[in-house]
Design a protein around this ligand. Sequence first.
Ligand SMILES: [Zn+2]
Length: 194
Amino acid sequence: MAGTAQHAGMDFRCLRSGWIALRGVAHRLARAGVQGVLLAPALALLLSVSAVRADDSAPMRLRRDPQQILEAVARRMNVTLRADVALPRIYFESTTPLEQFQDAIAPQWHFRPPLFANAYVAERNEIYLMDDPAYYRRMRRTLDESLAHEFAHYLQVNYFAANLADETCENEAVAVQMAFRLAADDDAPGETSG
Ligand SMILES: [Zn+2]
């Protein structure tokens, strides 16, 4: 999946710039005459602090493979997935220009939203997902759950010829999302949702 690969690239860049910064610190400490014995624990401390920070603000990532999530949602909706129905492309907020999202969703929502949101764009067969960790902490939700919700809309449109303006579509997607969440909790009893 393109989005996942881009996230992996971003993590790598963070690690790399952190390492370059650490080398700079080591240089300055060495010039100031600090012994190597003292330097090692200092670097270890710096490294752990920067790792915590990077984790805190890094984009959310899917825990499961999108295909697995789609299959779980399809089972819930009694849909047999067909190879001739194109899969949607998935775009994450952290790697997608806001303007692209606005251009995609404006005809469907009949307005141009000022902010990114989770959405399935029927006309383009595209899913847009927020991956800001602060949003998921606030909503006590997982990114997998949000994708399950948008996959429900994808199935409604492509397998049931539904109109997303119909209110029952949203109710069903919310129900599917909740069922997915409960099933995911059962699969991973060690994980707490916060
Ligand atoms: Zn929805």
